[in-house]
Design a protein around this ligand. Structure first.
Ligand code: ATR
Length: 272
């Protein structure tokens, strides 16, 4: 039996053990998957102890994605550009780091929600770690335009210049969005965690727009409520992204792609 775990602080609410054990059942893989808590300054120690006990891989959640990035010996390009790692693999004394968050978001939008990103006007709200983690895979889909809006405009500008080699990213403040429309609007701010709303002006949702909140919750987040009032065509929370990023990690570790829709349904039921 191979051992895996998710590490974070706090960690008790992580749904990753449920998701990965469903994947394992479905694909007949013999693994165990636990939750690991680490003190804020203790990531390396807890991760190394896990490897010492024979652990094969870790998922990393807040606030340790930067620590995991620094711990890895080898990084994929998608992990190295966003300077954050959510998947570590331990093999023959080498620590491999990858980041599956962006591909998880893209797959949820394109495959599960059936909304192509290519050719669309995409608006990303926020300029923290959540947004940094998904920019490269979004750009790779070739949207018509990609705009990053943030309360602190300088942070959006820094992201835009850092990602310029991979595609055009326009950085703006919220008031600059007045009079513009977008086809896909993704909330990557932490507002939903505090029952707050990013200050988006009225009228930014195109008639068939997808409103996507990277946070998942039982009811509609304030952002999704607002999108509903603005008559956005489709509303989605981040549950699909969570399951898809897990599926990609599972694939990295086990070489098999699990089916995600049934697991999404199970998780939705657990949350409600
Ligand atoms: P994460 O790593 O989860 O993205 P973060 O780095 O703390 O967390 O970033 C939080 C993001 O939410 C930031 O873009 C922040 O905007 P600022 O950079 O201007 O701080 C955004 N955010 C948080 N609360 C917000 C609010 N009430 N209105 C608008 N944006 C908010």
């Amino acid at each position: 039996t191979d051992q895996y775990a998710v590490i974070g602080n706090p960690i008790s609410h992580s749904q990753s053990p449920l998701i990965h054990s469903e994947f394992a059942k479905q694909t007949g893989q013999n693994i165990v998957y636990d939750r690991l808590s680490a003190p804020l300054d203790g990531f390396d120690r807890v991760a190394s102890a896990f490897v010492g006990q024979g652990g094969k891989g870790l998922n990393i959640t807040l606030p340790f994605k930067g620590d995991a990035f620094r711990l890895a010996h080898q990084l994929t390009s998608r992990a190295s550009v966003c300077e954050a790692v959510n998947t570590l693999t331990f093999k023959d004394g080498v620590i491999y780091g990858d980041n599956t968050d962006g591909v998880g978001l893209v797959r949820d939008i394109v495959e599960n929600l059936d909304m192509p990103i290519a050719g669309k006007r995409v608006l990303l709200l926020g300029a923290g770690g959540a947004v940094r983690g998904v920019l490269l895979p979004l750009l790779e889909e070739k949207p018509a335009s990609l705009t990053v809006a943030n309360r602190t405009v300088e942070k959006a500008q820094a992201l835009a210049s850092q990602f310029a080699p991979y595609g055009a990213v326009r950085a703006v403040g919220y008031p600059d969005l007045m009079g513009e429309q977008f086809d896909i609007i993704i909330n990557g701010t932490s507002t939903s965690l505090h029952d707050e709303l990013p200050p988006i002006p009225h009228g930014v949702f195109a008639p068939d727009a997808l409103a996507y909140d990277m946070v998942y919750s039982a009811g509609l987040t304030p952002f999704l409520k607002r999108a509903q009032q603005e008559k956005a065509g489709m509303l989605a929370d981040g549950l699909g992204m969570l399951v898809e990023q897990a599926a990609e990690s599972f694939f990295i570790w086990r070489g098999v792609k699990p089916e995600t829709r049934r697991v999404m349904a199970i998780l939705r039921e657990v949350l409600n």
